[in-house]
Design a protein around this ligand. Structure first.
Ligand SMILES: [Fe+2]
Ligand SMILES: [Fe+2]
Length: 219
């Protein structure tokens, strides 16, 4: 009997609460929404600056990782890091051009990542490339398309595809790191999109269609 009384009171309270909520004036509900902090929208210029800083830092980081790989006897990994560094340079130079077109100034602060063992450095690099290719560049590309900025869109599209290739290389090296000892090893880098291959298999880049005879050799 007592339990039933409590249950009935609880039901009554809940009903009163719902009725009160439904009765809220519409303008008050709007005020609640407006009071929440507005997300500041990132423009393509903001995104180009972020990408420029990211690529500049990746370039510096990979050169340090290459030195460490050489010291540890992973000569082929060292070559891979140097090839990826060259690719990141291609990316940041392209971003700089688009930043200038939009009236901005390309400027990046280089913050050095800690240099650890080659295995750990490869893991760090893989994480960065995966983030850039699956999250950062795809979202930047959407914004550039929204702004009808074809130059920036093309940069972001090419970079996303090239970073995915870099990630694949790092994964391959991590899978059987011992096989990457010795070296060096020659890699070919596309001067337009930063694609990295070890063997040229066709007349043009699989990402951007640049003729492969223009590819840059990095050892
Ligand atoms: Fe990369
Ligand atoms: Fe390319």
């Amino acid at each position: 009997m007592f339990t039933r009384k409590i249950a009935t009171s609880a039901l009554l309270c809940a009903a009163v609460f719902v009725i009160t909520l439904l009765g809220l004036p519409v303008n008050l509900q709007a005020e609640v929404t407006e009071a929440s902090p507005a997300k500041s929208a990132k423009t393509t210029l903001d995104n180009l600056m972020t990408a420029f800083a990211g690529e500049s830092n990746a370039h510096a980081k990979y050169l340090k990782f290459a030195k460490k790989a050489d010291e540890e006897g992973y000569g082929q990994v060292a070559s891979l890091f140097r090839a990826a560094a060259r690719a990141e340079q291609i990316h940041f130079e392209r971003h700089a051009k688009e930043i200038q077109k939009l009236g901005g100034a390309a400027d990046a602060k280089i913050i050095m990542t800690e240099v650890k063992s080659t295995k750990e450095n490869l893991e760090t690099a893989l994480k960065g490339e995966t983030y850039e290719s699956t999250e950062m560049y795809p979202s930047f590309l959407k914004q550039a398309q929204k702004e009808n900025n074809s130059g920036a869109a093309s940069n972001f599209e090419d970079a996303a595809a090239a970073e995915a290739v870099h990630a694949k290389w790092y994964k391959t090296a991590l899978k059987n790191l011992d096989a990457w000892k010795g070296g060096p090893k020659e890699f070919m880098v596309c001067p337009v999109c930063g694609n990295v291959v070890d063997v040229i298999t066709g007349p043009s880049c699989t990402i951007c269609m640049e003729p492969t005879d223009k590819f840059i050799s990095v050892i």
